[in-house]
Design a protein around this ligand. Structure first.
Ligand SMILES: O=C(O)CCC(=O)C(=O)O
Ligand SMILES: [Fe+2]
Length: 302
């Protein structure tokens, strides 16, 4: 029920076949597994190694990085501090760490006070920042390449989205789910961005709720990415693509995952794409859209 798509098929000769399968996946379950993708195994190993070291740090070393004191959506998300499904009354048991587009402290966009533009926060761990940024760049490249395939599926020029992901509000999020216990690892939610690229360690827990269906486990395929459509791309496609609710059950053993949320540039215009019919939503910028979604997520406890 979750289709498997082979990225090499897109690159080597059968792009049209890949795009047709991609279009079906994006309109149907809104989730697919991507095999033979372009994120090198060494970078994936590196990011999981970095996550291992970060989550093992004593709380006193993580506390100064608390995301609740950061206006740019970066830093440490302590376990029990977020509730992706606030209506359920349950807080998420996951712990996380967010990295954004890496900018120098004197970057004009930071100096101008542009929304979400800020420096990344780093723990005192050798090589941690390099592992995060190398993975970030590779995931960004894979994500924008997928947007080229999305453009083809929608009958647009393959370069249609190129101008919308030049300096994106994309977030890399390391995730740690402690074993056992009750409650929820991550409450039911949809993602906010265009695409999410997720690497997991094989420990089960992630489930999706397809339209008119039941909660279903997402299978693990070694080396494959779990890719899903976010709300921003659903809106951009005038609801042709599906942004599907998902959640993470508390795992039996410790579970780690690495999510890359590809949100567009702050000034990208999210307006019904050509050929998608009468607009369901008014146009909005990438920054305004992300702000509205993050405010809704965090308003419950602030
Ligand atoms: O950890 C996972 O498997 C999924 C996490 C997720 O859905 C999210 O952080 O948005
Ligand atoms: Fe998610």
């Amino acid at each position: 029920m979750i289709p498997v798509l082979d990225w090499q098929r897109f690159l080597s000769g059968d792009a049209a076949g890949f795009v047709a399968d991609l279009g079906r996946a994006c309109r149907g379950p809104g989730f697919f597994l991507l095999t033979n993708h372009a994120i090198p195994t060494a970078l994936t190993d590196g990011i999981f190694g970095a996550a291992e070291r970060f989550f093992a740090l004593p709380e006193a070393q993580k506390a100064p990085l608390d995301i609740r004191r950061n206006p740019h959506n970066r830093g440490w998300v302590p376990g029990g501090s977020e509730s992706l499904d606030a209506a359920s009354g349950q807080v998420d048991r996951k712990e996380a760490f967010n990295v954004g587009l890496d900018l120098a402290p004197d970057d004009p966009r930071i100096l101008a006070g542009e929304p979400f533009r800020g420096v990344n926060l780093w723990p005192a761990l050798d090589g941690f920042d390099a592992a995060c940024l190398a993975y970030y760049d590779a995931a960004w490249r894979q994500g924008t390449a997928l947007m080229g395939a999305v453009a083809r599926d929608l009958g647009l020029s393959p370069a249609h989205f190129d101008g919308a992901f030049r300096a994106p509000l994309a977030t890399l999020r390391l995730l740690h789910y402690p074993p056992g216990g009750g409650g929820i690892g991550a409450g039911a939610h949809t993602d906010y961005g265009a695409l999410t690229l997720l690497a997991t360690d094989g420990e089960p827990g992630l489930q999706v709720l397809p339209r008119g269906g039941e909660w279903t486990d997402v299978p693990h395929l070694e080396g494959a990415l779990v890719v899903n459509i976010g709300d921003c791309l659903m809106r951009w496609t005038n609801d042709i693509y599906a942004s599907t609710p998902h959640r993470v059950r508390p795992p039996r053993r410790q579970r780690r995952s690495v999510a890359f949320f590809l949100d567009p540039d702050p000034d990208a215009e999210i307006a019904a794409l050509p050929g998608t019919g009468a607009p369901v939503y008014p146009p909005v910028t990438g920054a305004a859209y992300l702000r509205s979604r993050l405010e809704a997520t965090y308003s419950e406890d602030t």
